[in-house]
Design a protein around this ligand. Sequence first.
Ligand code: ARG
Length: 268
Amino acid sequence: MKLGKKWFTSLVLTVGIGLVVSACGTSGGQQSSVGGAAGQGASDKVYVVGTDAAYPPFQMMEADKISGHDIDVMNAIAEAAGIKIEWKNTGWDPLFDGLDKGTVDIGISSITITEKRKEKYDFSEPYFEANQLILVAEDSPVNKLADLQGKKIGVQSATTGEEVVKKAFGDTYEGIKGYDDMPSAVDDFFNGRVDAVVADNGVLQYYAKKMTGKKYKLIKDDSFEKEFYGIMLKKGNTELLNKINQGLKTIKDNGKLQEIYKQYFGQQ
Ligand code: ARG
């Protein structure tokens, strides 16, 4: 692949983002004191919300501060539900571990509600609709998922992006390259180390927009199904789940969720 100057600029940009994110890593949480009525006891509990803040514009680290669509959504839900939360940038795999071990109470991280995950975790009602996309160079002959046969494909490990690639080419497909986080996969794509990246539409559109010039294309394969993001909890915490669903309903009804959507994704 021939890499022009713009590709290089993009690379510096994405590597930069990656560095900021890893520098912030798991270094503690930011307390966000939302929640209404000052109550005693249980209502004073501060719930730890875990996220992998390397999935812009849904969750990211900007100048040491956690931000993004999902961050705003969860803060708004907490406020509407009258619960206190504290943020913890766990990373992707450790988020699931944290829920298992109880060091994390709530997970929000563009997590697709899947049947498999539902066996182990509880999910809120959906708050966002998404689908997979394929990122390839603009001059690539690839026009659909099947065209990636034999090519090197970057995905974030243990995501639905990895799932669709494995479904198409088999669990042991040698061309699949799993990354712990999305910025590393995108960096490798712009470095020419993988031919394609398969991931959620919102995140790939974000990175693609950051690239100046039209050196890439985004492809939606016919097999890519609708996905819905949900807030994930350890199974059985019905009281907290109900509060979150109630808060989510409030921000759906009063237009706050739509307002947050527009802030990050523009009109519709
Ligand atoms: N929606 C995809 C999934 O649930 C990818 C989510 C990745 N999120 C993240 N913060 N890295 O598998």
